[in-house]
Design a protein around this ligand. Structure first.
Ligand SMILES: C[S@@+](CC[C@H](N)C(=O)[O-])C[C@H]1O[C@@H](n2cnc3c(N)ncnc32)[C@H](O)[C@@H]1O
Length: 234
């Protein structure tokens, strides 16, 4: 899989070299590139933005550099998807991440200032994704977040494949509480069942804890739940 991010701040993507994202690139599971929008500027000053028509404060990214930058990636020829990160897009979920992990080429368009000229959204963009009901200053953090959520679903990206399969949302519910050594910390003990070595009981405890968490924290998910998860059973 190839992921290209169109941005005016390519240096913001430095974290993509670390941890699971870095290892997935080193293993050749995905190729990550930034496309510097100013390389497609309308003049020698590197201009890529302009004042909004209708008059309001802030600047808007112009359509010509964006169209050229998107087309330079070859995404259409590859049969991939162009995604604009935007607060008024579809809320990002595990289900969308899973669908995107099947694509061979994604182009993530990072807006800035007031956003991008709407004509690009109408003609070049296949999908618009929001990372939540709030506004951040640019599309770079949202693009990294989407990339991370998608790449960790690629085969081989995680050290243990099952680890991703038992994370929150992967089976439709929130994850269960996890513990490590020591057995007792500041008077609080690890639940007895986890020390028992009894796999069936551990599995049942996880199931109950997962359901309890989902019911308490995400009643919206709980009420539509189909209880068909394995909760880490082998
Ligand atoms: C300051 S925001 C523009 C906000 C825009 N005027 C609006 O009302 O939605 C600049 C850029 O940050 C990105 N952005 C901001 N909030 C986002 C969110 N919740 N999800 C995804 N991208 C977001 C978008 O790429 C956007 O073009």
């Amino acid at each position: 899989m190839k992921i290209d991010c169109i941005t005016i701040f390519p240096e913001m993507f430095a974290p993509m070299k670390n941890s699971i994202m870095g290892r997935a690139q080193a293993k050749g599971l995905f190729e990550f590139n930034t496309v510097y929008l100013r390389d497609f500027a309308i003049n020698a000053y590197g201009q890529v933005d302009d004042v909004p028509y209708g008059g309001e404060p802030g600047m808007v990214l112009r359509p010509e550099p964006l169209a050229k930058a998107i087309r330079s990636t070859g995404v259409k020829e590859d049969g991939g998807k162009v995604i604009y990160l935007t607060a008024d897009g579809v809320p990002f979920t595990h289900k969308i991440a899973k669908e995107l992990s099947q694509e061979n080429h994604l182009v993530l368009v990072c807006g800035h200032y007031k956003g991008i000229d709407d004509r690009i959204r109408q003609t070049e963009v296949d999908m618009e994704i929001s990372i939540g009901d709030f506004v951040v200053s640019g599309g770079e953090l949202p693009a990294m977040l989407v990339t991370d959520a998608v790449v960790r679903l690629l085969d081989g990206a995680l050290g243990h494949k099952e680890s991703g399969e038992t994370d929150s949302f992967a089976q439709g519910v929130l994850g269960w509480p996890v513990y490590t050594r020591p057995e007792e910390f500041e008077g609080k003990k690890v639940p007895e069942v986890l020390l028992s070595g009894h796999h069936k009981n551990i599995s049942e405890w996880r199931r109950q804890e997962s359901l309890k968490r989902t019911q308490e924290r995400r009643p919206d998910i709980f009420k539509n739940l189909e209880i068909n998860t394995t909760f880490g059973d082998k």
